[in-house]
Structures are given as C-alpha cells and as structure tokens.
Design a protein around this ligand. Structure first.
Ligand code: KIV
Length: 295
C-alpha cells in the first residue's frame, strides 16, 4: 500500500529513493531550515528535504558548522516537519552529537525521530562510522551517510578542499562508500569529489548517491537553499547554480517599505481600519462638544 498525501502525490520514503536509483530517475534534494521555505520546497515537488547543519552559517551566522547544537537542530527540524508532507525528511546530526559514545549517539539520533519527526538522520564520515550506522539501524533509525568533503572535519582537512584526488584517497573513498553501503545507509551524500570518483561509487553501491560538487553521474543532487537563491553573502562555490536572486528581491522590498513610510505613502486610507458609521457619527459629536467646551 502506498501512502498518499492530501495532494495525491505519493509520500517519498527510503524505498522510493531506491526505486528511483534502479529506474535511473534523478533524485532531487534541497536543504530547508524553517516552516515557510520548507513548505515552498515541499510543494514544488522536491524528493528529499535536508535540515542541514549548514544552518549554522545560513540561519545563525556562525563561521562553520561546528558550533551548532542539538537544541538548535531539533528546533529547526520541528519547524520543517510541520511544513513537509511529501518529501523524505532528513536531519543532520550536529558535530559532537555522535562522536562521544554509542549511548549518546543513539539517544541523540532517537530525539530527531521521536521529538522532531525526522525520517532519517545524516552523519558524516567513512568506514569508521560503519559500526555506528549498523547500531542506529538496529534501533530503527535510518541513516544517510556523507563522505568526501565533510564540513565537520574542516580543521582536520585544513580547509574546504576537494577530496579524493590521489589514488590513495580514491581507494579510501571507495572503501568508505562500500562500508557504509554494507552498514545499510539509505542514501549516501558525496560532497566535493571528482566526477569520475563519484561515478565509480554510484555504480558500485546499492544505496542512492546524492551529489554536491560531485558531478552529474550521481543518483541525485543536493544544493543548499540559500546558495541557489543568492542568500549566502559569500562568493558561490564552483558547483553552485543560482536559480534566483532573493537578496535583490528582499532588499528592494525592504527599501520600498522604508521609503513609503518616510514619505507618508504607507499606510493609505484603504489599508486602514474604519469605525462603523454610527460610531463615527457619535465620535464626531463627542469631539465637537469637547471643542465647544474648550472655546
Ligand atoms: O549541511 C548541509 O547543508 C549538508 C549538505 C550540503 C549536503 O550537509
């Protein structure tokens, strides 16, 4: 039985993603961090919505993803959950929420499912996370893996650099992808790796690959919502394609409001509330009496 949403599109699940891979039908994924944008993304028919820890930068103004907390991630995931009816909803586990102990990892991951309504969690890392991913699976928590340029490792990588360029690194990436596939990831994000390596991984593993800066041969593509709309205040990475300029739209709207208020053009009489006729007549009588007494 397939579950349908109110608008009669079928609900995207982890099985849908696998089916899409087998049919060579591209999977679409965007980040979303709040109710209104998540609604627009979901209603536009995107398959997967990721509450990425990139919200540390896009929504909270941090320099990188490391400072964002469980509390902040849960808060944003709950807002997105209320909006998303159709897409498969994935939440990023923040740095240090799955690095300390198995018990803490299970508890934190379960909070995303139980308290925030996520349908899977995403964790960064390669074969060193395989056992953890298996344990999360045992606890009925689907996991999306994330390898290549993993932003939570920015200090270990020495900056945001394309990964997997040497033979040694390519072999490691292949081992990582295979280990995560065997551990049961429902999808695997490939970030910042050469197109050729992403293509090899995609054809080698069963789980659908979702690329970001990994070329066109992945099973799907993900981009950051703020990147495609020019809302990031930084020069875009090579792989970003801008589909709109929300910065310009918002700036123009805000400036027009400012100017209308300053020049008494907002609000107009039509944008004001009015008293009912009888109340207005009574008020006029009261006012004219007050006026007469003062004279
Ligand atoms: O946090 C994020 O937005 C991500 C995507 C870029 C894959 O992890």
């Amino acid at each position: 039985m397939s579950i349908t949403t109110g608008d009669f599109r079928s609900k995207i699940t982890s099985s849908t993603l696998l089916d899409k891979k087998s049919r060579h039908e591209p999977i679409t994924c965007l980040t979303a961090y709040d109710y209104s944008t998540a609604r627009l993304v979901d209603e536009a028919g995107i398959d997967m919505v990721l509450v990425g820890d990139s919200l540390a930068q896009t929504m909270l103004g941090y320099e990188n993803t490391l400072p964002v907390t469980m509390g902040e991630m849960l808060h944003h995931t709950r807002a997105v959950r209320r909006a998303v009816k159709h897409a498969f909803l994935v939440a990023d586990m923040p740095y240090a929420s799955y690095h300390v102990s198995l018990k803490e990892t299970l508890r934190n991951a379960a909070r995303f499912m139980k308290e925030a309504g996520a349908e899977a969690v995403k964790i960064e890392g390669g074969e060193n996370r395989a056992a953890l991913i298996q344990r999360l699976g045992d606890a009925e928590i689907p996991v999306v893996g994330h390898i290549g340029l993993t932003p939570q490792s920015v200090h270990r990588m020495g900056g945001y650099k394309v990964q997997g360029k040497s033979m040694r690194d390519i072999e490691q990436l292949m081992r990582d992808a295979t280990a995560l596939d065997h551990a049961g990831v429902v999808a695997l994000v490939l970030e910042g790796i050469p197109r050729e390596v992403a293509a090899m991984i995609t054809s080698e593993i069963e789980a659908p690959t979702i690329g970001i800066g990994a070329g066109p041969d992945c099973d799907g593509q993900v981009l950051v919502f703020h990147d495609i709309l020019n809302l990031t205040f930084t020069p875009p990475a090579k792989f970003v394609r801008r589909y709109g300029d929300a910065a310009e739209l918002i700036t123009n709207a805000v400036k027009n409001f400012r100017d209308d208020v300053k020049t008494h053009n907002y609000p107009s009489d039509a944008e004001s509330y009015h008293l009912p006729k009888e109340a207005q007549a009574t008020l006029e009588i009261v006012n004219s009496r007050k006026h007469a007494v003062r004279k």
